[in-house]
Design a protein around this ligand. Structure first.
Ligand SMILES: Nc1ncnc2c1ncn2[C@@H]1O[C@H](COP(=O)(O)OP(=O)(O)OP(=O)(O)O)[C@@H](O)[C@H]1O
Ligand SMILES: [Mg+2]
Length: 388
């Protein structure tokens, strides 16, 4: 057995294309949408790998001859639509060919209605832009104008541009008006692809799935599910085999305890790799369970704080979800066992979803409740007294 020094399991950052397990189909879909200037929605729970897929799209587009120019943003990081508009203008400048003067001229023409002022820093070879937005109510129209400008640019260059908006729900948080203003711009465009990604599954699902909403049937949709177990198991087995003996049941335990959430799978695999190397132990189910408990323990400050931020009703409802599953959550038997009226449980369940502690997952014809972070379940089982 070799003794590699670097842990092959990574969590918490966008992965590079070469590090992605599976997801070929999802990536091909994004690439097609980019080439064909379509609109595509990528919707999935937190930490399932949305941003990594978007990064992979950007990576492959850069290598593909005639592939789209990818402009990728996380909407969460902009304090308003006008800020995003400004960035679009600056990034458009960075992608145009020619001399600084020529680019500045082209930007003024393409984004005329925004009256952009550009500056170029030769040191960092980067552009920055300011635009004339006076009032808050002009921020969304400014974004729509910037998108129109990108459409003109793509047409001029005769090359598709893909605008990728991660955590897209933040942009339309302004309500129905924001949705319809963005749609009005986007639906006209034929030379720009739009990839909208987001993790507020319920909100986004309603946005694209309800007739009458501006984004209804605007483009194709993909709900990002878990990574197929066979592919993930193969990846885990290869990584762990370099430092320890590995059993199939040990690998299955990693996927079980992490509830197939890709981030949690990598987190637990990372910890197992370290522990197995340290102790020269075999990766069995019992070993994985021990490592998972130790990992939950290390996160004690974080989970303790989360727990104490919940109301008593929310805490008890969470206990019921962890110990009972959500099957009987609406039953009077569970309500009695946890000392809460059924209606209180219902309200607490909604609050736990709003706080992103739990999420709904389609399971056959019904919706099942899952913990957003399965490790929280392990922490609760360790530190909080269970139901009698
Ligand atoms: N295809 C994949 N193969 C292996 N691991 C993955 C994959 N996708 C995601 N992961 C794991 O999940 C982590 C989170 O991925 P990423 O940030 O792309 O997810 P996300 O859905 O954008 O999360 P968030 O909702 O927090 O924005 C990665 O750092 C990695 O550990
Ligand atoms: Mg993300």
């Amino acid at each position: 057995m070799e003794d590699p020094t670097s842990n092959p399991f990574e969590f918490g950052r966008e992965l590079a294309l070469a590090d992605l397990v599976d997801r070929e189909e999802e990536l091909a879909e994004l690439q097609r949408a980019g080439r064909e200037c379509r609109k595509h929605f990528l919707i999935g729970p937190r930490r399932f790998g949305k941003s990594s897929l978007l990064a992979a799209l950007e990576e492959t587009a850069g290598k593909e001859r005639g592939g789209p120019i990818v402009l990728r943003y996380n909407a969460e990081r902009f304090s308003g639509p006008d800020r995003l508009a400004r960035r679009l203008v600056a990034d458009a400048a960075a992608r145009l060919p020619g001399s600084v003067e020529r680019i500045a001229g082209a930007i003024k023409r393409l984004f005329r209605s925004l009256r952009p002022e550009l500056s170029y820093s030769p040191d960092t070879r980067s552009w920055s832009a300011s635009i004339g937005v006076a009032a808050a109510q002009d921020a969304l129209p400014a974004l729509a104008d910037a998108l129109d400008g990108v459409e003109r640019m793509a047409k001029d260059l005769d090359r598709p541009v893909a605008i990728v908006l991660d955590e897209f729900q933040h942009l339309v948080a302004g309500g129905a008006q924001a949705e319809s203003q963005i749609r009005a711009a986007v639906q006209q465009h034929r030379h720009v692809a739009y990839i909208f990604a987001g993790s507020d599954t319920r909100l986004l699902t309603a946005m694209v799935g309800e007739a009458g909403r501006p984004f209804y049937r605007l483009g194709s949709r993909r709900f990002l599910g878990p990574i197929p177990r066979a592919a993930f198991a193969g990846f885990l087995g290869r990584g762990l085999a370099a430092v320890a003996d590995v059993t199939d049941d040990g690998i299955a335990a990693i996927l079980d305890l992490a509830e197939d959430v890709p981030y949690n799978v990598q987190l637990l695999a990372h910890a197992c790799w370290e522990a197995a190397r340290e102790a020269s132990a075999a990766v069995t189910r019992a070993f994985v369970e021990r490592v998972n408990r130790a990992t939950a323990e290390r996160q004690n400050p974080v989970y303790a704080q989360l727990w104490s931020s919940l109301t008593m009703a929310q805490q008890r409802t969470l206990l019921a979800i962890i110990y009972q599953g959500d099957e009987g959550l609406a039953s009077t038997k569970v309500a009695r066992a946890y000392g809460l009226p059924v209606t209180t449980i219902q309200r607490a369940r909604e609050a736990l979803m709003a706080k992103q502690v739990v999420r709904e997952e389609a399971s056959g014809s019904r919706l099942r409740l899952r913990l957003e972070d399965p490790l929280l379940g392990a922490w609760v089982r360790l530190f909080i007294p269970g139901p009698a």
